[in-house]
Design a protein around this ligand. Structure first.
Ligand code: URA
Length: 248
């Protein structure tokens, strides 16, 4: 419990901070501390003491440690026609092209297909990436999907009961018909896993190919009215919600 609280406050053993900053190996860092060459906020520290690398002034031989990159998570409204990867060998547009002056190295969390749009999170925060993508957290992803034809109640029930796909059983957490037209319909579907093309494969399996796909929620994060192609930072409340996520 104490460890958890310290971690959420950003506290780490100073030898680990020095090693991460590339000052020395963990062993050497311990020696440097024992030699009394390390201060935190002006005070010489003992081996085993902890500090927050983002907030505390840590010095070795009087020289300030470079600040670590701040932890950043962005919510992007990915447009269709962009890849949710960092680079494309074929030179197609990627979501990185939409980040303007953002200078941190961020990574997309969970793919959205080239022809899909909607909520995509990008982060350099390993803890958030882990919590949002590891299957044990069963994070929900909600999509609005335009499909060919109008499925009856039985077909939607099938999605909830589970469908055997080539890589195993897949189940929707919830499915609702939002709007029906003569030749197509809009469905809201929530899944709790992120296998490749899962929404498209599920609807193909019940005979209603996907025409359009938009992700509107990822765990506690909502797309809201963020314009297409724009991004925003997580709010402090959203960051807190992500920290509180528990394994299923
Ligand atoms: N399911 C899909 O089929 N495509 C996506 O982009 C996301 C989920």
């Amino acid at each position: 419990m104490k460890g958890e609280i310290e971690k959420s406050m950003g506290l780490e053993r100073v030898q680990k901070i020095l090693a991460k900053a590339g000052i020395a190996s963990r062993r050497e860092a311990e020696r440097i501390i024992l030699e009394g060459r390390v201060t935190v906020n002006g005070r010489i520290i003992q081996l085993g003491e902890k500090a927050d690398p983002e907030k505390d002034h840590i010095k070795v031989d009087g020289k300030r440690l470079p600040r670590p990159e701040p932890k950043i998570t962005l919510v992007l409204h990915k447009p269709r026609g962009y890849l949710s990867t960092v680079k494309d060998p074929k030179g197609r547009p990627t979501v990185m092209d939409l980040l303007g002056k953002i200078k941190w190295r961020l990574y997309p969390l969970g793919r959205l297909d080239f022809d899909a749009e909607g909520l995509l999170l990008l982060t350099n925060d390993g803890e958030i990436a882990y919590r949002l993508t590891h299957p044990k957290f069963s994070i929900s992803r909600t999509y609005w999907v335009k499909i060919q034809g109008v499925p009856g109640e039985k077909k939607l029930e099938l999605l909830k009961k589970g469908i055997q796909l080539e890589d195993g059983l897949a189940k929707a957490h919830s499915v609702h018909l939002l709007r029906e037209r003569e030749k197509n319909s809009w469905i809201q579907i929530t899944l709790t896993e992120g296998r490749t093309h899962l929404v498209k494969r599920l609807f193909a399996a019940i005979g209603h190919p996907v025409l359009k796909l938009k992700r509107i929620e990822f765990g506690p994060i909502r797309l809201g009215n963020l314009p297409v192609g724009h991004f925003r930072f997580l709010t402090p409340e959203e960051q807190e919600q992500l920290r509180r996520l528990k394994a299923a």
